[in-house]
Design a binder for this molecule. Structure first.
Ligand code: FAD
Length: 385
């Protein structure tokens, strides 16, 4: 499949894609297998991504970004995912640059923007967002972490789980209850610095895939934050999260689409090399039809993802459409991973083969950023409204 086949590609993006690929050649690919084995990515990689201008590209220049459109951010995620090093982009371009930075751009005070954004773009400051708790994931209204008003600020108590960038993060947007009796209308967001007294990182969690990604539990014990730490309006956290959903979901869909294309590419190469019964695996009709079927689905899906990218760039992407993109791409990513792995035979099950890693990594995509079932809830609510 042609690597870059999309309606929004232009000469600037093509030149930019060369520098992204070069960065992966030099700084990521030579080390990635080792990071996955060690289940750890060095902190310096954040600074290198920042130096290369790959973090927070689509935030304004005055805050350290390049001030370009979402297409540039999407292209970086596309290339990392296409090349099978998605554990880096999920944390760096997904959560840090695609979510946390945009919350601060869109809702932050001048102080918050000046204080954090340029450091996030340089990689000096790593961002995380902590919504999920041991007792509440899909049902976010039910979170228990509280921020109680005290003199000069708030005291935060509670715990969060499955937090991407949990070990490396320097700041965390923490979703808290500020009015426990008000349901969704009693939720607020706070920026907590990892140096705050009472903040404790749990150990890095053992996962099925994306081993080098630092997913963690986080604990807040009487963590004092000043009033400056409130992000967006008091008790307006739920509405703020809803407003940011289209971008978050599309970021995941872009990664899923590119991962599908990348998996097809490496599978095509493999079946042309490997022989059985005196012919190439590629020459069995089953192989050809399987790949033709998957390639068609992936190509058709790409048209929709490209349309969503353009809609977001024009600020016209709605939550239901973004949820469709997340649902469809991540479900297809699971199918492509499974079918392609099968064509690798026993080698496909060996973790030293990229397809095995892709298979495990793909599984989380249907869970985080809202599960497939929650996507269906949102889409159906829109259909029946
Ligand atoms: C690798 C990884 C990284 C993550 N990173 C982050 C992060 O950075 N920040 C963060 O805050 N969270 C993060 N998460 C958490 C993730 O967003 C949640 O796991 C997810 O939202 C699901 O919540 P849960 O695990 O509590 O599952 P539950 O909500 O308990 O759901 C269990 C099952 O019930 C289904 N279900 C729930 N409600 C409904 C319903 N109304 N209708 C039908 N079915 C339903 C779900 O779809 C699911 O199949 C991460 C998770 C993983 C695995």
């Amino acid at each position: 499949m042609a690597a870059i086949y999309c309606s929004w590609m232009n000469e600037d993006l093509r030149i930019f894609s060369d520098s992204v690929n070069k960065f992966i050649d030099q700084e990521i690919e030579p080390h990635y297998a080792e990071w996955e084995r060690d289940k750890w990515m060095p902190r310096e990689i954040w600074n290198k991504l920042g130096e290369a201008g790959l973090l927070c590209v689509d935030i304004p220049e005055e805050y350290g970004g390049i001030g370009v459109g979402f297409e540039f951010a999407a292209l970086i995620i596309d290339i990392f995912s296409r090349r099978g090093v998605g554990a880096v982009s999920v944390g760096a371009m997904g959560v840090h640059g695609g979510i946390v930075a945009h919350y601060i751009v869109n809702m932050g005070t001048d102080y918050q923007k000046q204080n954090y954004l340029s450091k996030m773009a340089s990689g000096e400051c790593v961002g995380a967002i902590a919504m999920t708790e041991p007792g509440a994931g899909s049902d976010l209204k039910n979170i228990k972490t509280s921020a109680k008003k005290t003199e000069g600020g708030y005291l935060i108590n509670g715990s969060k789980i499955f937090i991407t960038n949990g070990q490396h993060c320097d700041i965390i947007i923490v979703v808290c209850k500020t009015d426990p009796s008000a349901g969704a209308k009693g939720v607020s967001l706070f920026i907590v610095e990892a140096t705050a007294k009472g903040f404790v990182r749990g150990s890095k969690l053992e996962k099925l895939g994306m081993h080098s990604q630092d997913t963690s539990e986080l604990f807040f014990q009487d963590v004092f934050v000043s009033e400056d730490a409130l992000l967006g309006p008091l008790n307006g956290g739920f509405i703020a999260m809803m407003q940011e959903l289209p971008r978050e979901r599309l970021v995941l869909a872009v990664g899923a689409q590119a991962a599908c294309e990348g998996m097809l590419d490496i599978t095509l190469d493999y079946v042309k090399e490997r022989n059985a019964f005196g012919q190439r695996i590629a020459d069995f009709q089953n192989t050809r039809f399987k790949l033709a079927d998957l390639a068609t689905k992936v190509r058709v899906q790409k048209a929709f993802v490209d349309q969503c990218i353009l809609l977001l760039a024009e600020d016209r992407l709605d939550t239901a459409t973004a949820s469709m993109a997340k649902l469809h791409t991540t479900e297809l990513q699971g199918v492509v991973a499974d079918e392609c792995l099968q064509l690798f035979g026993g080698y496909g099950y060996m973790t030293e083969y990229r397809i095995a890693r892709e298979y495990a990594d793909a599984r989380a995509q249907r869970i985080y950023g809202g599960t497939s079932e929650i996507m269906k809830e949102i889409i159906s609510r829109d259909l029946f409204k």
